[in-house]
Design a protein around this ligand. Sequence first.
Ligand SMILES: Nc1nc2c(ncn2[C@@H]2O[C@H](COP(=O)(O)OP(=O)(O)OP(=O)(O)O)[C@@H](O)[C@H]2O)c(=O)[nH]1
Ligand SMILES: [Mg+2]
Length: 212
Amino acid sequence: MIIKSADFICSNTQISRLPIPIKPEFAFIGRSNVGKSSLINMLVQKKGLAKTSQTPGKTQLINHFMVNELWYIVDLPGYGYAKISKSKKEDWNKFIRSYLDKRESLQCVMVLIDSRLEPQKIDLEFCSWLGEKGLPFVLVFTKADKQSSIKTDQNIAKFRKAILTTFEEAPQYFITSSETLMGRDEILEFIDGINRDFTPPVFDEEYYKPMK
Ligand SMILES: Nc1nc2c(ncn2[C@@H]2O[C@H](COP(=O)(O)OP(=O)(O)OP(=O)(O)O)[C@@H](O)[C@H]2O)c(=O)[nH]1
Ligand SMILES: [Mg+2]
């Protein structure tokens, strides 16, 4: 896929204010600081489109970006950020999970996992929840430039082994680096394949009152 345009559309805290669900949508999610916003910018080759930061917890809203006037990338707030209060964490959980569960046009959840780490309970639990809800997802291992490919492969093998304790089949995965563009072509190809088969879903027009 060639990226011709990528534009910020809106930031939201209300699901009813999201753009009407008539275009295929891909949500990027993962632990705080895993590299969601960086990966989005890398995919569309537009620095600064999604805001990145060394301080975890930068992305706090549901951010919609339109690509090639055809499909949406959604940048979501990270989970598992230790420095926020318990009640805020619960709010996050409710809000994001209802978005993921109810969004008619959501095609795939891109679950980002830090390739430097051993399997983390919070990531495995989140994948289990997606599985329970029947939501399609793939794994995107990030920051592969930060260690040897042997180490990356070892961590991926461990993660796949862990996920196979709850899933019959391990989900598809990508290995990426926002620094080197590793994984970019593969992810865009994957998205393109889904977009080609997309038919707009039926949705409740009364419900949506988009900002734009
Ligand atoms: N070396 C390297 N650094 C990366 C990569 N991806 C992200 N980073 C760095 O990791 C930090 C966090 O990246 P973000 O893209 O802001 O992470 P995020 O998941 O969007 O974070 P929140 O929005 O706070 O949840 C930044 O300092 C990035 O420069 C990568 O592939 N390689
Ligand atoms: Mg972010």
